[in-house]
Design a protein around this ligand. Structure first.
Ligand code: PMP
Length: 283
């Protein structure tokens, strides 16, 4: 038996029902957030909800969820499902199709929150680093959509599948100019001569919450960090490279298209940032 939150109520999953007219289902007309709970509390809940709200405003999906309401619902779910260390997903859709295809914000949005026990990647992967490939799936930097975590995830999934088919962990997605945007499901950083660098959002990427935390930690610890345009050559020439996302935190990269990146193993600044991130989670 599992408990979930649907439209203001905590119910058992077997009792949950979403309209067959829901625009999230029919049109991918919705947003989601993936969060991580540690010891019964979500890390950076407010930042996740701020990103969701900003995107909801852009897409004109009504969203009157308060941080307090969502926080309370998640706490109750973590408790009832007895999983304090959890993957937490909030899905928000425009709700049932009511007014043709307009982006109308006056309908009844659907809000679903689910929690699942968290299962981490193997330690071995963190120790050795992830293998990446360059994807042929492009990010469109002229589009607003990569900046929002919409339900249209197929470009990311196609890129990720390309990596899996090639025996790799992840796929670096370039934009239409051949500049690095992000990995299929995470943001990307390099280290070069002691400086961190990550592509700016206008390159066509999701402004990750973990990316922001890493930039904040760098600032607080006198590590210079630039948002700058990166080319694949910058990745091949990097001293270190790592990926960030909420679930995996900071994942070192060991190779790109089978060529070693950095020393082909986690670099010292990557390891230091992993420690700083863990400390921030602990606080
Ligand atoms: N880019 C993409 C395409 C993603 O799916 C994710 C995961 N949400 C990220 C970056 C990292 O974002 P966050 O740090 O907020 O998990």
């Amino acid at each position: 038996m599992a408990w979930l939150y649907l439209n203001g109520e905590i119910i058992e999953d077997k009792d949950a029902a979403i309209s067959v007219d829901d625009r999230g289902f029919l049109l991918g007309d919705g947003l989601f957030e993936t969060m991580r709970a540690y010891g019964g509390r979500v890390f950076r809940l407010n930042a996740h909800l701020a990103r969701l709200r900003e995107s909801a405003e852009f897409l004109r999906i009504s969203c009157d969820l308060t941080d307090a309401d969502v926080g309370e619902a998640i706490s109750e779910l973590l408790e009832r499902n007895a999983c304090p260390d959890a993957y937490v997903r909030l899905t928000l859709t425009r709700g049932p199709l009511e007014k043709g295809l307009r982006l109308d914000g006056s309908g009844r949005p659907t809000v679903l929150i689910r929690v699942r026990p968290f299962s981490p990647h193997p330690d071995e992967l963190y120790k050795r680093g992830a293998r990446l490939v360059l994807s042929s799936v492009r990010r469109n930097s002229a589009s607003d959509l990569p900046r929002h975590k919409t339900l249209n995830y197929l470009p990311c999934l196609l890129a990720k599948q390309g990596a899996v088919d090639a025996g790799a962990f992840g796929a670096v997605m370039l934009n239409e100019y051949g500049q690095v945007a992000e990995e299929s499901l995470s943001n990307l950083f390099i280290v070069r001569e002691g400086r961190l660098a990550t592509p700016p959002v206008h390159c066509g990427l999701l402004p990750g919450i973990t990316r922001a935390v890493v930039m904040e930690l760098a600032g607080a610890n006198d590590v210079p960090c630039d948002e700058r345009v990166l080319s694949p050559a910058d990745l091949f020439g990097a001293d270190e490279c790592f990926l960030t996302n909420t679930l995996m935190e900071i994942m070192p990269v060991r190779s790109l298209d089978r060529r070693p990146v950095g020393g082909g193993k986690p670099g010292p600044l990557t390891v230091r940032l992993q420690g700083l991130y863990r400390k921030a989670v602990g606080r």
